[in-house]
Design a protein around this ligand. Structure first.
Ligand SMILES: [Fe+2]
Ligand SMILES: [Fe+2]
Length: 302
């Protein structure tokens, strides 16, 4: 063989043995539910948003808000892809790979439903924003997708990082579901919540099965990573606006408030911190028995 041909051979780790014996029936049960409860964002009727009587600035604010939600949902897909790759090359059993594949697919359909809402709210006035328009977001993106800590952890600890956030995302979405006055948005929030409930359950499976065995260093890393991710990216416009630069915080808080006032499935910025605080305290009480603690977060813990 020519040297040039050898150079073209892409080096990949060994996927064998490919394990099919079931090791985690509780994870498999979630996979069965995912199959039974699949849904299609393209089949949801968004006409109620397109034809609604909404001022132009509200349409723009709503399109911006649902674009941000769409990016947030999309953020879970590269994270999932990294975990799936790890699962394949660490020879995890089928049900683990199936759950992660479902997770990626589900987060991608949350993304799809969100950008469809952004376009429908925008109608002729605005559209889904493919790229964040605010400069600050360009700085947040690399932090949001920083894999350094996950890569340093064992497979199930890396997988656990996201599952701890599912609880918080779920609580925020619950409030946004309650705010929604349009049938299409309500339906989307309900269907996303149903998927997220499964993601939260998977987190509990990991907790029950693996948390006790994590070495102390990994328990510390897990808690620190959660705090870091919250402060560095999620409280900086994604979950809440609290850590944004002053002018951008005012601007996006105003738009978020507008979207909330018109029942577009948003929350008032003042409400968000309390919701996140409640959710993180719940997470803390669930992980405490395993010796995992989330360090103090000044924005939430006062
Ligand atoms: Fe999601
Ligand atoms: Fe999720």
């Amino acid at each position: 063989m020519h040297a040039s041909m050898l150079e073209e051979v892409v080096q990949v780790p060994n996927p064998y043995p490919v394990v099919t014996e079931m090791a985690y029936p509780d994870a498999w049960r979630l996979c069965e539910q995912a199959r039974e409860l699949a849904w299609d964002p393209a089949k949801i009727d968004f006409t109620d948003l397109i034809t609604a009587e909404l001022p132009d600035d509200v349409r723009r604010a709503g399109a911006e808000w649902w674009s941000l939600r769409a990016w947030m949902e999309h953020g879970a897909t590269p994270y999932g892809a990294e975990r799936l790759r790890d699962a394949i090359y660490s020879h995890q059993p089928f049900e683990i790979k199936q759950h992660i594949t479902n997770f990626i697919m589900e987060e991608l359909r949350h993304h799809e439903a969100s950008f469809r809402i952004a376009n429908a709210i925008g109608a002729k006035v605005a559209t889904y924003q493919a790229t964040p328009q605010a400069d600050y977001f360009q700085m947040i993106i690399p932090r949001f997708h920083d894999e350094k800590d996950e890569k340093a952890m064992s497979f199930f600890a890396g997988l656990a990082v996201n599952t701890l956030f599912e609880q918080i995302s779920g609580e925020l979405l619950q409030a946004r579901h309650e705010n929604a006055r349009f049938a299409s948005i309500k339906e989307v929030c309900k269907l996303i919540l149903r998927d997220e409930a499964r993601h939260i359950q998977f987190g509990r499976v990991i907790m029950r099965r693996f948390f006790s065995d994590f070495p102390d260093s990994e328990k510390t890393m897990l808690g620190t990573k959660v705090s870091k991710k919250l402060r560095g990216s999620l409280l900086t416009g994604v979950y809440a606006v609290v850590n944004l630069p002053e002018d951008e915080r005012k601007r996006s808080a105003r738009n978020r408030t507008l979207a909330m006032e018109y029942g577009l499935g948003a929350t008032h910025p003042d409400e968000e911190i309390a919701i996140i605080k409640r959710a993180i305290d719940k997470v803390r009480s669930e992980i405490a028995p395993y010796g995992v603690t989330i360090p103090r977060i000044p924005e939430l813990d006062g």
